[in-house]
Design a protein around this ligand. Structure first.
Ligand code: C2O
Length: 574
């Protein structure tokens, strides 16, 4: 078992994108943040020193944190934030996981600049269940605001409206060649003709240096480790003239399948194999990402792009760039739910003897959660920009989660939950309605810090149903502390008498983030074998801010190796 010690300095740095320079919160002055490389079974000791002016925490998204919830990171759930000038050491072991995950800040909207990939290699001597790739390349999507993101969200929460949309999507922090600095506008939804024209005059685009380039050799296989770290949008991604073979999702191997486009929600990771052309093509290929949009709100509908360039080893470029033709991938249209449904259905656990799918076959507790938007009364003397002068809210079973002022995990561990949280989160909607029909008259949510308490090793089945309140919309729900198996999904209202018959209990995909389809439902199962307090929330940051979040408290088991470990001495206090 290896041990890696890292020191991460949270500090301000000036970064320029889209012709705007701003001071942003970074790790060690890098944007995006550093990649963390580990091996299955490693212990990671990550010392985080906060030199910035914001309260911060870091989260290791998808790392199970077995019994080590103190290192999970969501602010006010497992820890109080690391205040300016403070230090906290995240100390945890990566058990039984290998693949691509990521880390990000988990306080307010700081994850807009504090994020990076986590690459967990298999144990020494254990091969991938596919041919060894020639090279491995992280591809991390993000979003860039020309203004300060913390201001964007605090303004939105104050006015009760929606936040400003980002100015660009990025690939590894770079917005790509399609931004025209002279008009300060993004070139939207480019047509083929326009694109060819743009590629000819592309030297006029000052963002040329802000383009991610993947230089490849012919006839090789590359493993692309794709992460969607964008704040608020599901994304389509493709590379012109090339197919992608999906081999892993959320650090779990899947049965390989070939596609020309992927859809990835915020929070998800997807590993794909890219086989390059057998010889030098007389072209350069664009890779591009743009959103899959189901909601009615405003969104960044721009396209981010990078280049796939064929390079001869050592020598100069085989063909001069100017003579090259550029090809752009054809991505599905912004609201192509049919593509997404079809794509999502292709994910299956590998389910091999070495990597079995341990799907819970029996269920101890069933939950039915509605997830969706709603409204809250506008606090006196304010004018709110939400529907009918209300404040935008979002809720699970009509409970809009109120952030506590101390960490839930601490309150739980020290038996001081009184006044911090209530163990009465509803298992079912208190006022059921037709979720995909006309919403009820009263769409006001209830605020509360309520949790579900589960005995150790409870086998849980959870159906999450999108509601049409303020419009149907897909929601990427992320569960901390566990992977769940996605055993079923469908459109319309979930039917408990009919739908479970079609569940896949053999090889369902195992993930940490599942998309609740627009106007539909998803059913997941997991075994609550990890004692602690585990956050579950929509990974669209704006929905989390509006309250689409809740927490599970999993009690200790009877054996000594089934108990939450005690907190580290340097655990921040509120
Ligand atoms: Cu990637 Cu709770 O987050």
């Amino acid at each position: 078992v290896g041990k890696s010690s890292l020191a991460l300095q949270v500090q301000l740095a000036n970064v320029t994108r889209l012709c705007h320079t701003k001071s942003i919160v970074t790790i060690n002055g890098q944007f995006p943040g550093p990649r963390i490389l580990a091996r299955e079974g490693d212990r990671l000791v990550v010392k985080v020193v906060n030199h910035a002016q914001n309260n911060v925490t870091l989260h290791w998204h998808g790392v199970r944190q077995l019994r080590s919830g103190w290192a999970d990171g969501p602010a006010y759930i497992t820890q109080c934030p690391i205040q300016p000038g403070q230090t906290y050491v995240y100390n945890f072991t990566v058990v039984g996981q290998r693949g691509t995950l990521w880390w990000h800040a988990h306080a307010s909207w700081l994850r807009s600049t504090l994020y990076g990939p986590i690459i967990i290699l298999p144990k020494l001597g254990v091969p991938y269940p596919f041919a060894k790739p020639y090279k491995e390349v992280p591809i991390v999507f993000g979003e860039w605001w020309n203004t300060e993101t913390e201001t964007v969200i605090s303004q939105a929460l104050q006015t009760g409206g929606g936040p400003n949309v980002s100015d660009a999507y990025t690939i590894n922090g770079l917005p790509g060649p399609l931004y025209n600095c002279s008009t300060r506008g993004l070139v939207l939804r480019i047509s083929d003709a326009l694109f060819l024209f743009l590629s000819m005059i592309r030297s006029q685009f000052c963002a040329r240096a802000e383009t991610f380039k993947l230089k490849v050799k012919p006839g090789k296989t590359y493993l692309l480790r794709i992460v969607n770290a964008a704040l608020n949008d599901d994304l389509f991604f493709g590379i012109a003239g090339h197919n992608l073979t999906v081999v892993e999702a959320d650090a779990v191997y899947v049965k390989p399948f070939v596609t020309d486009t992927i859809m990835i929600t915020p929070g998800q990771t997807t590993n794909v194999l890219l086989h390059t052309k057998p010889s030098f093509p007389n072209s350069t290929f664009l890779m591009a990402a743009r959103p899959y949009v189901t909601g009615l709100g405003t969104f960044d509908n721009s396209t981010t792009a990078g280049l796939l360039e064929y390079r001869s080893p050592g020598g100069p470029h085989s063909v001069s760039m100017k003579k090259l033709r550029l090809f752009k991938p054809s991505l599905p249209s912004l609201n192509d739910t049919a593509f997404v449904t079809n794509f999502t259905a292709k994910f299956r656990s590998l389910g091999s003897p070495q990597f079995p799918a341990n799907v819970p076959q029996t269920v101890d507790r069933q939950f039915f959660f509605t997830v969706g938007l709603g409204a809250s009364p506008c606090p006196g003397n304010q004018t709110c920009q939400g529907p009918n002068g209300t404040k935008f809210s979002a809720a699970v079973n009509n409970v809009s989660f109120a952030m506590p002022t101390t960490a839930l995990l601490q309150a739980h561990f020290f038996g001081q939950s009184k006044g911090v949280y209530k163990p009465d989160f509803p298992s079912n909607p208190t006022h059921p309605f037709n979720y995909t029909g006309t919403p009820p008259n009263n769409t006001l949510v209830n605020n509360g810090t309520r949790v579900v308490v589960l005995p150790f090793n409870t086998s849980v089945e959870l159906v999450m149903q999108d509601t049409s309140i303020l419009g149907a919309e897909s929601h990427p729900l992320h569960l901390h502390g566990f992977n769940f198996f996605i055993v079923g999904e469908g459109f319309g209202n979930f039917d408990p008498n009919k739908d479970p018959a079609a569940y896949n209990l053999v090889d369902p995909v195992e993930r940490n983030t599942a998309s609740v389809p627009v106007g539909g439902w998803v059913a997941v199962r997991f075994l609550a074998d990890n004692p602690g307090v585990w956050f579950m929330h929509c990974h669209l940051e704006v929905h989390t801010s509006w309250g689409l979040k809740m927490a599970w408290v999993v009690l200790d088991g009877p054996l000594s190796n089934q108990k939450l470990l005690p907190p580290p001495a340097d655990l921040p206090q509120c």
